[in-house]
Design a protein around this ligand. Structure first.
Ligand SMILES: NC(=O)c1ccc[n+]([C@@H]2O[C@H](COP(=O)([O-])OP(=O)(O)OC[C@H]3O[C@@H](n4cnc5c(N)ncnc54)[C@H](O)[C@@H]3O)[C@@H](O)[C@H]2O)c1
Length: 269
């Protein structure tokens, strides 16, 4: 018996990276998995797009663990698409216990040079996409009346003034607001809501040479913002998944409204 046997987890942005790692970890602990991803380019994202093949690979990895999986191409900007997937989850898998709002995009530039379109794109995916994800799933969890765990992927940028990504930093701070407000509204249903705050994670999103060049150019003044305490440059997707699995399981049953860092100590600076 795994910690999550009999549970169903709904994960956005799961074609690759952290989302895939969460799907595999939660499945390895016994959960059935619902995973979605846009699987293609998103205007305003400077990170290489994921593909349908990536999403199929996540599904294959879950099936290899003998867990059921629903994998669909859904954009988190599309509320109706998420609502349809949540309804399909209930129809096919019969329940919904864990939500991981993980989908995200990134671009960069000086704050005053960010275009309105890029600003809107990052807010639409990284903030409104999280709102859509909880809006589509929470009614099922309330109706189910068996508690649950909602985990929102923020960033260290959600708790400090990360430069050159003003839209991203604002959206990730906004995710903290969603987690805290929602935790208060859902507490009476024993549904917990927490945000996770990774430092750089070794995924495609870390392939951001333009951003690193901007940071490097101002290292003397801005270096401390990114300085870590532990002797590692980045964390692995599996490190985030371990925290997600803890929050999803009964081991995290008394934690809600919290911001959980996986940050190599950088938030302590
Ligand atoms: N990698 C890092 O250094 C880092 C650090 C802190 C926080 N994060 C956050 O972690 C989360 C996961 O990112 P990752 O590191 O796995 O990067 P990633 O680029 O590998 O994964 C992000 C996934 O989200 C998907 N996605 C993008 N827009 C979408 C949309 N509109 N609808 C549905 N899916 C969409 C992408 O296709 C991709 O598969 C993001 O929210 C990101 O902001 C990443």
């Amino acid at each position: 018996m795994g910690r999550l046997t009999g549970k169903v987890a709904f994960i956005t942005g799961g074609a690759r990276g952290q989302g895939r790692s969460h799907a595999v970890r939660l499945a390895s602990e016994g959960a059935d998995i619902v995973v979605c991803d846009v699987c293609g380019p998103v205007e305003g994202n400077q990170i290489v797009p994921s593909s349908v093949e990536d999403l199929h690979e996540t599904a294959r990895l879950v099936e290899e663990l003998d867990r059921r999986v629903i994998a669909r191409v859904v954009d988190v900007r599309d509320l109706a698409g998420l609502e349809a997937l949540a309804a399909e989850t209930m129809a096919q898998l019969g329940r919904l216990d864990i939500v991981v709002a993980n989908a995200g995009i990134l671009n960069w530039g000086h704050a005053w040079e960010i275009s309105s379109d890029d600003w809107q794109a990052v807010i639409d995916v990284n903030l409104t996409g999280v709102f859509h994800t909880v809006k589509a799933t929470v009614p099922h969890m309330i109706r189910q009346n068996q508690g649950g765990s909602i985990i929102l992927t923020s960033s260290t940028a959600g708790l400090k003034g990360q430069p050159f990504t003003l839209h991203y930093t604002a959206a990730k701070h906004g995710v903290v607001g969603i987690a805290r407000g929602l935790a208060n509204e859902l507490g009476r249903y024993d549904i917990r809501v927490n945000s996770v705050h990774p430092h750089g994670v070794r995924t495609d999103m870390m392939e951001a040479p333009g951003l690193f060049a901007m940071i490097e150019a101002e290292a003397e003044t801005l270096g401390p913002v990114f300085m870590t305490t532990l002797p590692h440059e980045a964390v692995e997707p599996e490190d985030i998944s371990a925290v997600v699995a803890w929050l999803a399981s009964d081991d995290g049953r008394r934690t809600t409204g919290a911001q959980i860092p996986v940050d190599l100590g950088t938030l302590n600076r």
